[in-house]
Design a protein around this ligand. Structure first.
Ligand SMILES: Cc1cc2nc3c(=O)[nH]c(=O)nc-3n(C[C@H](O)[C@H](O)[C@H](O)COP(=O)(O)OP(=O)(O)OC[C@H]3O[C@@H](n4cnc5c(N)ncnc54)[C@H](O)[C@@H]3O)c2cc1C
Ligand SMILES: *[C@@H]1O[C@H](CO)[C@@H](O)[C@H](O)[C@H]1NC(C)=O
Ligand SMILES: *[C@@H]1O[C@H](CO)[C@@H](O)[C@H](O)[C@H]1NC(C)=O
Ligand SMILES: *[C@@H]1O[C@H](CO)[C@@H](O)[C@H](O)[C@H]1NC(C)=O
Ligand SMILES: *[C@@H]1O[C@H](CO)[C@@H](O)[C@H](O)[C@H]1NC(C)=O
Ligand SMILES: *[C@@H]1O[C@H](CO)[C@@H](O)[C@H](O)[C@H]1NC(C)=O
Ligand SMILES: *[C@@H]1O[C@H](CO)[C@@H](O)[C@H](O)[C@H]1NC(C)=O
Ligand SMILES: *[C@@H]1O[C@H](CO)[C@@H](O)[C@H](O)[C@H]1NC(C)=O
Ligand SMILES: *[C@@H]1O[C@H](CO)[C@@H](O)[C@H](O)[C@H]1NC(C)=O
Length: 495
């Protein structure tokens, strides 16, 4: 808040230099590595997942204990710096590096303990862990939790803003399963938050976490892993009218009162075989009795045009997580990749399904602009709601995450040619025009939102779209807990 405004005034080279000199000595904590601009390992340590962003943190620091995190936060605050934690570094807009230059970055990579209590079905997970490693560690006990598919995503960011996977209709979002959180506040105080301890903070951390604290470990409820899983992929080649109708067919299918929560799914839209067509897929995972998948999907298939192809992949729980994650869950065994991309999201209200005009505008852009654009793109219509969804069973005011009435989270994702910089201007307009077209063809009072884990740097009305009615309460809490804006970053809670 105040800091963001003050910082541009002090960003002269000489001042940056003296900040760096102070920092070098302040950060010389025993056992804590810090990397500064010019250090050999700095370029790699400060590289964003999304190469659309090149950022220069004042330092990247690797503490190993909550006490060391607290020390580093205090050092940042004393030096008038913004401080950001990085867990998996998969923020779409490089907010794990603070999203702006000159941030003091605390890399949580040494916080990798996972302590499972199989009797209580809980797990304390340190926030440097990645989703793939968490799935493996829980699976050793026959346990599991809901989360997204990319093994390299960090639990620190993921659990702050949501955490959607194909088990979420059955088990909720990642953040819905948080029991308690160990954390460091903006003034360097080490604290805990749960429904009984610091309940306001506990509320805020589940939906807007990075604006309030650095979490060091999180206690989750975990579940007995499903006995078997079938990953399904049904595919069609459709023209615009058929695709707009198919999306309506899906909207009707998912509200049938008996739709099982063990059905997790998304529609996947990709480039069609010819201009004017698109590839329309229904993909997901079935976590129930293997004999019951076909009957579950039958009403949808019956109302659709003839299938182009079907792939059903049965397996056990961890095989399904691995297959959805690209084959390897142990993130120590292979390096992560990078991308250069722009992404947007739209959360559609269950009470007001997408209109024919909105669906037609959407599919028209997919089939025409999508065919000719020189980007590689995919769109996913993720099923959050529908009948019997655990996500929407949570009362709206229970967590800062506000979207408890969404049918879909639609993700629009476009990468540059060869996934390398520079990102082309037409990549922005392709997605912006597409989303604007959907909104322009929807009711004026359409109660849509956006998903904070698919964070956008260019989203003007982000307060409404990410936080909606919860923004005022979040802002009041921010003024109490972080008045100097130590944990500020683009599109956070800050004025
Ligand atoms: C390839 C890919 C696939 C994805 N798939 C899914 C999916 O299936 N489902 C889904 O829901 N989302 C998905 N996402 C989005 C993902 O959930 C978010 O990008 C998430 O915020 C990344 O978390 P991170 O810890 O890896 O990122 P980071 O960049 O490390 O952090 C993201 C934000 O959280 C903050 N933060 C990180 N750690 C902490 C901490 N310990 N304390 C406080 N703040 C912290 C950072 O400062 C930053 O603001 C995907 C993203 C990518 C890149
Ligand atoms: C580069 O950084 C990543 C984490 O961001 C780390 O896993 C990897 O070991 C680093 N590589 C080198 C060569 O330092
Ligand atoms: C951050 O600094 C780098 C290197 O100087 C520069 O290329 C980049 O544009 C800056 N980014 C922002 C957001 O100011
Ligand atoms: C992490 O686990 C190791 C081994 O179980 C243990 O020695 C260490 O104390 C743990 N660290 C924390 C911070 O709990
Ligand atoms: C990942 O592989 C490394 C190296 O073989 C191993 O030490 C580690 O225990 C594995 N992690 C998990 C979560 O299985
Ligand atoms: C294009 O879509 C139409 C109508 O859905 C379909 O009949 C046709 O086979 C598709 N064309 C190709 C090349 O897939
Ligand atoms: C389910 O349907 C698929 C085709 O969609 C078929 O190949 C498979 O045999 C069916 N499974 C059962 C158990 O009937
Ligand atoms: C796409 O963009 C790349 C990079 O600018 C360029 O090399 C390539 O020729 C373009 N392809 C088409 C089909 O325009
Ligand atoms: C740090 O902030 C918390 C929350 O506002 C407050 O309770 C605590 O007293 C503060 N600690 C110090 C040392 O100022």
């Amino acid at each position: 808040m105040f800091l963001r405004r003050a910082i541009p005034l002090v960003l002269s080279l000489s001042v940056l230099g003296s900040i760096a000199d102070n920092l070098r000595s302040d950060l010389a904590l025993p056992g804590v590595t810090s990397l500064f601009p010019g250090d050999a390992a700095y370029a790699n340590a400060s590289r964003a997942f999304n190469l659309r962003f090149t950022l220069e943190p004042v330092a990247v620091v690797y503490p190993a204990t909550p006490q060391e995190v607290a020390e580093v936060v205090k050092i940042g605050a004393v030096n008038g710096l913004r401080v950001a934690a990085r867990s998996g570094g998969h923020s779409y807009i490089a907010n794990g590096l603070g999203g702006e230059n000159g941030t003091l970055v605390i890399d949580m990579g040494r916080f990798t303990n996972i302590t499972v209590n199989p009797t209580a079905k809980t797990a304390v997970i340190e926030t440097g862990n990645r989703l793939g490693d968490i799935a493996l560690a829980l699976n050793d006990y026959g346990l599991a939790m809901p989360h997204g598919t990319c093994p390299y995503v960090g639990v620190g960011g993921h659990a702050s803003y949501g955490g959607f996977g194909f088990t979420s209709r059955m088990w909720g979002l990642t953040l819905d399963n948080i029991l308690s959180i160990n954390l460091v506040l903006a003034n360097g105080t080490i604290a805990t938050a749960s429904k009984d301890i610091n309940p306001d903070l506990f509320w805020a951390l589940r939906g807007a976490g990075p604006s309030f604290a650095i979490t060091t470990s999180i206690e989750f409820s975990v579940y007995t892993a499903p006995a078997s899983v079938i990953i399904f992929q049904y595919n069609w080649q459709l023209d615009v009218a058929a695709a707009a109708a198919a999306l309506e067919t899906f909207q009707q299918f998912v509200v049938a009162p008996d739709l099982s929560p063990k059905f997790g799914a998304e529609l996947v839209l990709t480039r069609g075989a010819v201009v004017g067509n698109l590839s329309f897929g229904l993909t997901g995972a079935w976590h129930g009795d293997p004999g019951l998948l076909n009957g579950t999907v039958a009403p949808f298939l019956a109302a659709m045009p003839p299938l182009h192809s079907v792939t059903l992949t049965p397996g056990n729980w961890i095989e399904s997580v691995s297959a959805l994650g690209g084959g390897n869950l142990n993130t120590s065994l292979a390096p992560d990749y990078t991308d250069t991309f722009y992404a947007k999201s739209l959360m559609t209200p269950e009470a007001s399904p997408m209109s024919l005009a909105a669906r037609t505008s959407f599919m028209n852009d997919v089939a025409y602009a999508g065919f000719t654009t020189n980007t590689s793109w995919f769109f996913q219509v993720e099923l959050y709601g529908g009948a019997n969804s655990k996500i929407n069973a949570v009362p709206v005011d229970e967590t800062a995450f506000v979207h408890r009435n969404s049918m879909f989270t639609i993700q629009f994702y476009a990468s540059s040619f060869n996934n390398a910089p520079p990102y082309p201007e037409f990549g922005f307009t392709f997605l912006d025009d597409l989303v604007d077209g959907i909104i322009a063809n929807s009711p004026k009072d359409w109660d849509y939102g956006a998903y904070t884990n698919y964070m956008e740097d260019k989203l003007v009305d982000y307060k409404q779209l990410y936080y909606a009615s919860h923004y005022p309460r979040l802002l009041a809490l921010k003024k109490t807990l972080d008045p100097r804006g130590v944990f500020d970053f683009p599109v956070g809670i800050d004025d």
